[in-house]
Design a binder for this molecule. Structure first.
Ligand code: GLA
Length: 400
């Protein structure tokens, strides 16, 4: 065959194979939990185009991008009105979404956006009901890389309206709505991470992956206080088996650096979200980030736990009163162990005693304390003093 003809045939055949593979192959997106920043936890409804640009600038300037934070996600309140053709426009806070996407992409980052399967978003802005394909095409034309799809008004507008006294039918309608947007996103041909936000209803971890979810919220909204963080953490016990490359449990976005969380609480929150293979979406005021918060968010050893390629989420090994012990299997046979003190300070008078036997380990275990950066050897029944709401996080390369 003539060289040009061979090139042509190969290109065309490979081209159509690639297209076919794209339609049938499982998503290659989110092979590790997505990392980035989202506007909601700090800005809520006040977020503007400028805030998003500043967040992108700061991800680069602070080294967070190099540490893995690549998604810059606009949450609710960017939406304007639909025109006569049903095309959704942005509101005045976001004058030009395509230009914003270009700006974010020019920094080597990706842009995420937010909508709802109902007529309105949670904050009452226009959403995607009956405009799913049109909206997905619009996002793709802007260069959007991530969609958070938040149930909200779909409940009253569709679920309870169409099946007022049939809860199971309401759930089927909800699942169908998520599948509809999945099809619409896939039909654009653009890889767009698909994030379900329906607060964990109807055991979303069981049906989310087959409805196209790369991640799904497992809980109601997080708040920047210890009770919220600790109760969400406890709700994750038992969900490990549902997570893996491409599909992750989402215990909600990070509050690290927000509210009145103490340094210990920020550390424990970040450590445990990493143990849970959770998406690490920072939600703080990046331009005014304190150095100690930067140090938490960019701890490479802790991020490596979150991003471990095996994708095995931590399980709670045991609790002893107010102290919880979680473990996570890592690639290469390594293991991470987290010991959290959810109570008051433990002193040398009554320290916590770690049982290695309960973790299936015996003999001294050499590892690294990921917050001091120092070597540590764990021994059976060893006394551990942990301050209130603080954590000991250890990586053991060769557990025995
Ligand atoms: C819901 C979600 C939040 C946020 C808001 C926006 O409450 O759970 O994460 O997206 O809506 O209105």
């Amino acid at each position: 065959m003539h060289r040009f003809a061979a090139f042509f045939v190969t290109t065309v055949v490979l081209g159509s194979l690639t297209a076919a593979a794209q339609n049938s192959a499982p998503s290659q997106l989110a092979q590790t939990p997505p990392m980035g920043w989202n506007s909601w936890n700090y800005f809520a409804g006040r977020v503007t185009d400028q805030d998003i640009r500043h967040a992108a600038d700061q991800l680069v300037a602070t080294g967070m991008k190099d540490a893995g934070y690549v998604y810059v996600n606009i949450d609710d309140t960017w939406e304007g009105d639909r025109d006569a053709n049903g095309v959704l426009h942005t509101n005045s806070k976001f004058p030009d979404m395509k230009a914003l996407a270009d700006y974010v992409h020019s920094k080597g980052l990706k842009l995420g956006i937010y909508s709802s399967p109902g007529p309105q978003t949670c904050a009452g802005y226009a959403a995607s009901l009956d405009h799913e394909v049109q909206d997905a095409q619009l996002y793709a034309s802007w260069g959007i890389d991530y969609l958070k799809y938040d149930l909200c008004s779909f409940r009253s507008a569709a679920m309870t309206a169409q099946a007022p006294s049939d809860k199971a039918e309401q759930m089927r309608l909800m699942i169908a709505a998520y599948e509809k947007m999945d099809k619409a996103l896939k039909s654009t041909g653009r890889p767009i991470v698909y994030s379900f936000c329906q607060y964990g209803w109807d055991a979303v971890w069981e049906w989310g992956p087959s409805a196209g979810a790369n991640l799904w919220r497992t809980t109601g909204d997080i708040q920047a206080n210890w009770n919220s963080i600790y109760s969400i953490l406890n709700e994750q016990a038992g969900l490990a088996k549902y997570a893996g490359p491409g599909h992750w449990n989402d215990p909600d976005m990070l509050e690290v650096g927000n509210g009145k969380l103490s340094l210990a609480e920020n550390r424990t929150h970040f450590s445990m979200w990493a143990m849970l293979a959770a998406p690490l979406l920072a939600g703080n005021d990046l331009p005014n980030m304190k150095p100690e918060i930067h140090d938490i968010l960019t701890n490479r050893d802790v991020i490596a736990i979150d991003q471990d390629p095996l994708g095995h989420e931590a399980t709670r090994a045991y609790s002893d009163g107010e102290v919880d012990v979680w473990t996570r299997d890592l690639s290469g046979g390594a293991r991470a162990i987290a010991v959290i003190n959810a109570g008051s300070d433990r002193y040398s008078t009554h320290p916590f005693h770690l049982s290695l036997a309960k973790l299936g380990l015996s003999g001294p275990q050499k590892g690294k304390d990921l917050w001091t950066g120092k070597e540590i050897t764990l021994t059976d029944d060893m006394p551990i003093e942990i301050a209130s709401h603080d954590i000991l996080l250890v990586r053991i390369p060769e557990p025995k």
